[in-house]
Design a protein around this ligand. Structure first.
Ligand code: HEC
Length: 106
């Protein structure tokens, strides 16, 4: 049965960033160009607040992270729904999202 378990755990190829952005709802809340909507902030001016490491931990636990971050806590008051967790995504897909957000510019 070892082979079956092995097959089940074979990593999927990461989805391309454009597909991830749509499939995972980033586009719905943050906008297709990350320009912000009524539901979530503009992400194009945020890179200076993050490093790869902090952004990765944020995507895995946004609510927990925001509790310790005054800027995020204050910003959250303007939105009706919290930023969801993405800890279920593969490390490769999380990495693509991190790189994408850090590359955004106004
Ligand atoms: C249900 C709506 C929703 C979805 C879906 C969503 N977000 Fe968010 N996101 C938010 C809200 C609301 C905030 C503001 C949270 C805060 O300020 O504490 C936020 C904050 C963020 C921030 C921090 C912004 C800052 O001010 O530094 C990043 C980065 C981010 N989201 C990335 C993403 C990515 C990437 C995806 C898709 C994988 C995504 N979000 C999906 C609602 C959403």
């Amino acid at each position: 049965m070892a082979f079956v378990a092995c097959g089940d755990q074979a990593p999927r190829a990461p989805r391309p960033i454009a597909k991830l952005w749509k499939d995972e709802g980033c586009a719905t809340c943050h906008g297709s160009g990350a320009e912000g909507t009524r539901l979530a902030p503009d992400l194009r001016d945020k890179a200076s607040n993050w490093t790869r490491e902090t952004l990765l931990s944020y995507l895995k636990d946004p609510t927990g992270y925001a509790r310790k971050d005054e800027r995020l806590r204050a910003q959250m008051k303007g939105y009706s729904q919290a930023m969801p967790t993405y800890k279920m995504l593969s490390p490769a897909e999380l990495e693509l999202l991190v790189e994408h957000v850090l590359s955004l510019r106004p």
